[in-house]
Write a protein that binds this ligand. Structure first.
Ligand code: NAP
Length: 309
């Protein structure tokens, strides 16, 4: 019985080494060299399936190497009755937290103003602000949002968090449900979006959300492009609320050269590089999940298809 790797071929060698280091005895195959399709019990995918997975009659489970499964859930090649696991990888999580903390600290330490002053050879003496004076609202308190919140709490920021279930985390004032979103955002100076893309969260970063922020606020968005209503963001930036946006994810990726975000003076574009799964750490849950699948047990980080994440 075999595992089929059908994610990016460029990463196949790294995943192969990481998985075989944990269990050299596994029969690991690489798309399109599946061998007998009846022997494939577990498939590893990125953001899309290589055609219809129903060809693997004995498939027990599907594992994504991606944290967000919105693309896979929309993929008609995935049999909906087979359990699907998303990736929670401490390497990816650490990387996302670096991204968030880096941009939060850049705002705290007036990075954009100081860089602009340097371009003008202007000696801009700013007194460093205290992290406590900056309210950061984090949308999404899952694997990624919770870790970013923990690091920002250590640094002393004033934190609010928004989740579906009302997750309680040290140092974070918690809000749950759409009816409390405005309260979470009210007067926040930094908005961090780390939500999954679902029917409920699509377009959540809209004119209403931006209008709730403090004047001069910053948006740090590393979740999915379709969370943002782009026209609303451009209009909000023109009004200075938020006054800047750091954006890693876009409705169309790669971001087309003619897209206004590229040249917008208040937008920092990063090309979906905030965090990627590291095979060295990500392989642990994959191997564990293969065993869970063989034993007929629930997967680690199994996706709730009803909730969409
Ligand atoms: P996760 O562990 O599933 O956490 C999702 C969080 O969002 C949970 O706190 C959940 O609430 C909350 N949530 C979901 N739907 C909600 C709703 N309707 N209202 C309020 N809160 C809601 O996900 P994760 O691992 O942290 O990843 C989050 C997202 O980051 C991924 O889905 C992916 O799109 C994105 N991502 C981006 C990159 C990048 O490089 N830019 C890399 C990895 C991931 P509960 O706690 O109540 O369930």
């Amino acid at each position: 019985m075999a595992i089929l790797y059908a994610d990016d071929p460029a990463d196949a060698a790294a995943w192969s080494a990481a998985i075989r280091a944990l269990d050299p005895g596994l029969d690991l195959r690489f798309w399109p060299d599946c061998g007998d399709p009846a022997e494939i019990e577990f498939v590893i995918l990125g953001a899309k399936a290589p055609g219809d997975l129903r060809r693997f009659a004995n498939l027990r489970a599907i594992q994504s190497t991606w944290a967000g499964v919105n693309f896979l859930l929309a993929d008609t090649g995935l049999p909906p009755e087979r359990p699907l696991a998303r990736m929670v990888d401490r390497g990816l999580t650490a990387s996302m937290t670096e991204y968030v903390v880096f941009h939060v600290l850049d705002h705290l330490r007036a990075g954009p103003r100081l860089r602009a002053a340097q371009r003008e050879r202007r000696w801009l003496e700013l007194e460093p602000r205290k992290p406590q004076s900056v309210t950061v609202a984090i949308l999404g308190l899952g694997a990624l949002g919770a870790d970013a919140a923990a690091r920002l709490h250590e640094l002393g920021f004033t934190l609010r968090g928004w989740s579906r279930s009302g997750k309680e985390l040290p140092g974070v004032t918690s809000f749950a449900g759409l009816e409390r979103l405005a309260e979470c955002l009210d007067g926040a100076e930094i908005l961090v979006c780390l939500l999954p893309l679902t029917d409920e969260t699509r377009g959540i970063l809209d004119a209403r959300a931006f209008a709730a922020l403090a004047p001069g606020a910053v948006l740090i968005h590393a979740a999915r492009g379709a969370h943002v209503v782009e026209a609303d963001l451009l209009a909000a930036l023109a009004q200075g609320r938020p006054s800047r946006a750091v954006i890693d994810v876009f409705a169309t990726e790669p971001l087309p050269p003619e897209h206004p975000f590229w040249r917008h003076p208040a937008i920092t574009v990063t090309p979906h590089v905030a965090a990627i799964t590291r095979p060295g750490t990500g392989a642990e849950d994959i191997v564990a999940n293969y065993r869970h699948a063989l034993a007929g047990e629930p997967l680690i980080n199994q996706v709730d298809r009803g909730q969409g994440y």
